[in-house]
Design a protein. Structure first.
Length: 391
């Protein structure tokens, strides 16, 4: 079956007593057992069944099963935010004295987690230019716990050469953990490119219009110890498991993900092309434009679509603020892949507390506006951007 069908028809783990078509929401904490033996079997992992909702819940399990069916992953773990998924996956591979090879081009909280939280626990960040394969190779040593990367960075829109990086990492016995939030896993086969574990903020494309926070750890079991640490240690001990209400909303989001994504990606391409013709815009950065330096790599790795995030550069920080203030349709808000188009000035918001020197190292410019393109008619988005640029 194709992805659109799988997203709708993955069978329930156990048939619903009433034959509910939409996934039932088990909005409860505990589950009763027939007898003491069954109770012991479940608690001691001899029998798989839910016992307590911090550890397992049928609604969440159903969501995980659908993602598993769509990705052919060995294990899927749903967490209560993208950051919960990222921090849990990283904690599963690190220990004191080890290092993580990664980049400065990272989601702000991920960078803060790696270079702040984990550093305090004795794990060293090795921040390198991941487009420089020699630098990647030189950074990996016996103590490297993983290579961590974002498949497309935000807001720089740098595309990682996954096959090349994974080849280097695997030669040294090191797993590659990839944040694949910006291109849905229904579009790509990252395992075939060498990714061992995917982490996703399901808050974005999956939630279906910015309804709920969530995260996924999609584990291909090429490094079998990771899942054991995630499921039997961190998930339970940190309390990062997804809630049933969120799993319900995100299952509904998953059912319509493909149509929404295809339209949003088409809108983004249409808009990127149109914005290139606009006088007031200094440059347009979108990896789906054939003259983008990452276009070919993106097409090769992710297929014909290139996501729904693009950036434009204006004359100055002041011009960016004026532009944002004049928008009438496009919302001034953070988040990616809401059904509505959103605009933000990353340097003064998401990265607003980083010192200027660090922003330069991260290639976060004062002149950049990030757009997350929604499901509106693209002509209407363009008209709003035009009137906000015209003085
Ligand atoms: C939003 C985002 C995250 C964090 O996800 P939350 O669900 O907000 O915790 C991580 N990585 C990327 C690329 C993101 O866009």
């Amino acid at each position: 079956m194709k992805k659109q069908t799988i997203a709708l028809h993955t069978p329930y783990v156990r048939p619903d007593a009433y034959g509910s078509l939409a996934v039932p929401v088990y909005n409860n904490v505990s589950f009763e057992f027939q007898d003491a033996q069954e109770m012991s079997d479940v608690f001691c992992n001899r029998v798989k069944a839910p016992d307590y909702a911090r550890i397992a819940n049928p609604t969440v399990t159903q969501f995980e099963q659908r993602v598993k069916a769509l990705t052919s992953a060995a294990h899927v773990t749903a967490c209560n935010s993208g950051m919960a998924a990222i921090s849990t996956a990283l904690l599963a591979v690190v220990s004191q004295g080890r290092n993580i090879v990664t980049s400065r081009h990272l989601f702000g909280n991920t960078l803060a987690f790696i270079s702040g939280t984990l550093l305090r626990l004795g794990v060293k960040p090795r921040l390198r230019d991941l487009t420089d394969l020699e630098a990647v190779e030189a950074a990996i040593d016996e103590q490297t716990a993983c290579v961590f990367l974002e498949i497309v960075t935000n807001p720089q829109l740098e595309v990682a050469d996954l096959k090349a990086i994974a080849e280097i990492a695997h030669r040294k016995g090191v797993p590659v953990i990839a944040d694949s939030t910006v291109i849905p896993f229904t579009e790509t086969r990252l395992q075939a490119l060498g990714v061992d574990v995917e982490v996703v903020s399901s808050t974005k494309y999956l939630s279906g219009g910015g309804t709920s926070l969530g995260g996924l750890i999609i584990d291909y079991a090429t490094f079998p110890d990771i899942n054991k640490r995630v499921k039997y240690d961190l998930l339970i001990n940190l309390g990062v498991y997804m809630t049933p209400q969120t799993a319900y909303m995100q299952t509904l989001g998953l059912e319509t993900l493909d149509v929404r994504y295809q339209q949003q990606a088409a809108n983004a391409l249409w808009l990127a092309k149109a914005l290139k013709q606009e006088d007031g815009i200094a440059s347009v950065n979108y990896i789906g434009l054939p003259d983008n330096p990452y276009y070919e790599l993106s097409q090769r790795q992710f297929g014909p679509t290139a996501g729904a995030m693009l950036t434009i550069d204006l004359a100055s920080r002041q011009a960016c603020f004026e532009f944002l203030n004049k928008l009438r349709l496009v919302h001034r808000a953070t988040n990616l892949f809401d059904s509505r188009t959103l605009a933000i000035h990353p340097a003064s918001t998401i990265f607003g507390l980083f010192p200027e020197r660090q922003l330069e190292q991260m290639d976060v410019r004062q002149t950049t506006i990030r757009l997350s393109v929604g499901l509106e008619a693209p002509e209407d988005i363009l008209a709003d951007i035009r009137q906000a640029i015209d003085n």
